[in-house]
Design a binder for this molecule. Structure first.
Ligand SMILES: Nc1ncnc2c1ncn2[C@@H]1O[C@H](COP(=O)(O)OP(=O)(O)OP(=O)(O)O)[C@@H](O)[C@H]1O
Length: 247
């Protein structure tokens, strides 16, 4: 791990009326670090992810990516947003474009890459996630696990500095979960900076440098996985772990 701060959230707050969706969130993610975010339903995990690339606005606080403050809107936001690759629970692929087109359109349109280069890059990325042989198909012809791997390749095609995953396996059949997690573990092994919201504690054990536990819109506790899983400090984390680890 490089140790240099890449994503910094400082005192970030967001309210909906009386509800504190995020409250005093201070989080620094270093270059090459893999951070797994866990917590009960409604604790603010998705909002945290969406806040990092300003899909959600914040009320107070600052967000920087690679030292640059993220503005609320405008061209600069679009440029900085490209530094953040997002993979959601639903794959959000273009249904009427081929798998290869899904991974080449972004770099051609947003980065001005020429088509031949985008195609070569796209094929290399599809190879990397193990679906190169599906390049000419439409997304609906692929399994859920394959579609999610295409979604990962599409995010990587923009050459992001950090990848955010928001429950990337929760819409998948059990037998497809591991093929997506394996791709994510290999990305982590290659030094990709990653923030991953997941209920897959096996992934946290295999790849995370740090587990961040959220509850009530706050970061309640954070620690290395082995420490967090064997000796959580807070009662809320103990309670949460006792529920999910018995399933
Ligand atoms: N646009 C919104 N308007 C009102 N309330 C919202 C909005 N977005 C999120 N919330 C509320 O903020 C809280 C945090 O939501 P969030 O989706 O971030 O939690 P989460 O930890 O990701 O939950 P889950 O694990 O169920 O996906 C929830 O109580 C949710 O209902």
């Amino acid at each position: 791990m490089g140790g240099e701060p890449l994503v910094v959230l400082d005192g970030v707050n967001k309210h909906f009326g009386a509800l504190h969706v995020l409250r005093d969130v201070d989080l620094t993610v270093h270059r090459g670090e893999v951070v797994v975010v866990i917590g009960p339903s409604g604790s603010g995990k998705s909002t945290l992810c969406r806040t990092i690339n300003r899909l959600e606005t914040i009320d107070t606080g600052t967000i920087t990516i690679d030292g640059k403050p993220l503005p609320a809107e405008g061209k600069e936001l679009a440029r900085l947003r490209a530094d953040v690759g997002m993979v959601f629970q639903s794959f959000n692929l273009f249904a009427h474009k081929t798998v290869l087109e899904n991974v080449t359109l972004g770099p051609v349109k947003a980065k001005g890459m020429n088509r031949a280069q985008a195609r070569d890059n796209g094929m290399a990325l599809l190879e990397r996630v193990g679906v190169a042989n599906q390049a000419g198909k439409l997304p609906a012809q692929l399994s859920g696990g394959q579609q999610q791997r295409v979604a990962i390749a599409r995010a990587l095609a923009m050459n992001p500095k950090v990848m955010l995953f928001d429950e990337p396996t929760s819409a998948l059949d059990p037998e497809m979960i591991n093929e997506v997690l394996d791709v994510m573990v290999s990305l982590a092994g290659e030094g990709m900076t990653m923030i991953v919201v997941t209920h897959e504690m096996g992934f946290a054990r295999r790849a995370a440098h740090r587990v961040v536990f959220m509850d009530g819109g706050q970061i309640v506790e954070q620690a290395q996985p082995e420490t967090f899983f064997t000796a959580p400090r807070s009662d809320r984390a103990k309670d949460f772990l006792s529920k999910i680890l018995t399933h």
